[in-house]
Design a protein around this ligand. Sequence first.
Ligand code: SF4
Ligand code: SF4
Length: 534
Amino acid sequence: MAGDEIKIEDISKPSKQMIKLRLEDLMPLPPPYDKPGMEPELTDPKPEWREKYVTELDGYIAIDVPFKPKTKEEEEKLVKSFLEGLQKLVSKEGNWTFLQPLLLSLEYCAKCHTCSEACPIYVSSGRKEIYRPTYRAEVLRRIWKRYLTPAGKTFGKFVSGDIELNGTTIMRLAELAYRCTLCRRCTQTCPIGVDNGLITHEIRKLFSQEMGIAPKAIHELGTVQHLKVGSSTGMTPDGIKDIIEFIEDDIEEKLGRRIEIPVDEKGADILLIHNAGEFLSWPENPAAFAILFEEAGISWTLSSEALGYDGVNYGVWYDDVQLARIAVRHAEIARKLDVNKIVIGECGHAHKALTVIADRVLHDELNIPRESCLPILWDIVRKKKLNLDPEKNNFPVTLHDPCNIVRLMGIVEPQRKILKEICPQFREMSPNGVYNYCCGGGSGFAIMNSMNFPEWRAKVSVRMKCKQILSAFQDCIDPSIDKYVCAPCSNCKGAIRDILEHYQLTQNCSIYYGGLVELMVNAMVDLEEPFLEF
Ligand code: SF4
Ligand code: SF4
């Protein structure tokens, strides 16, 4: 089935797959990707996966824990636990974080579909009905109305619309909760403020908190490992000390002098928390921060205590309990170090988790000021604390706006003011700022690599960002010109790295990527060799 003619009630009807994606249906890409043969074909799920995992939605598997019911009893048990979880989700006692916006979003939707065209997943997929922002919201709304409200229990489908709650519905809804990056671009356009991104989040929460169903990458390897070992990357306190030493050596090589990176310094003004992925995949990013903060005379420290060096909090995407556990540990570490504030490095997830959502968790002495690094970085440039030469960055640069920093927190200007000062060929993506599109790796997608999920991410989730990047560089798309996508977010960098790999944008168009601080250090007059390596 192509998937354009699907109805809400079809989610309950058993079939091998509700839809099958076809390359020719997907949103077209700009030149040189407008010709056939420029991108890999789509594949079918392996037959053995179908036995164990849920391929009945679109053939892709985000949830790599088996929960398919094998018998009638198991199916009944699944339905029962889902309804119990939903009951909790809509109760004051069971939902201490988002009850009010959830109920408002469930109660009101004018079915105007203004939100659909705002959704990069829906549009990139070739407008497949199941990916419409309202589709999963309407499934949950109908189940709630029909099975949990007095009117629905009495009048059935006459108040709720037609839907049957069975094992198929639940399995598909669980997978469908991982076909949305929670970017909330749909929410921004809704004339009455319905938050379909929040509804998706709440569905994930129901499955995780009440039924123990969540992708391993964000639960087992994400939050559980973070709490147990100290980082979602598996990096231990000893490991981070080794990496910091390595970064100091690297700085010495590039700068010609050694910078001692402050670690566990009590009474510093700032506790800087990075996404630990930076230390492993992009150590040049924490290195650049160290250079900038030292040169600008900022009082700061890193923490080597478990959790203190990893600002990621995957709980923010699927489980409020896990979110709270991690946020509290971050605040406790800052309190022990007696810093004035926590500053979040280039990580959008950490921005959302610790500076916004943690407000619901951190009270009294744990309510330590928490802020973004971006205004501090702009301050360094604005007050001319460094000697910067824009000519050193004289190549085409565009900016990706991370959803959580920009749309959610409204931090729009500092990063582009910096780029306008230090990158003569800076150009905006279109649209940009709070209207920008998600990188496609949001809500945990960038690290979810189960079975064939990376293919779905590459073809659907990141497609809009790929289109934006290519469009921004159309005037210089020739591979003889090196180009740079600036993404001040570790997670977004991961997604953009995947885009460049899947579509071979580096080989075909000489497009590279990196963070913001790297560009700042690259512009430093004092630096003899370029900091950026293309
Ligand atoms: S939150 Fe983003 S990805 Fe999810 S439905 Fe809305 S626009 Fe689409
Ligand atoms: S969520 Fe808002 S924009 Fe989307 S269909 Fe409902 S009322 Fe319209």
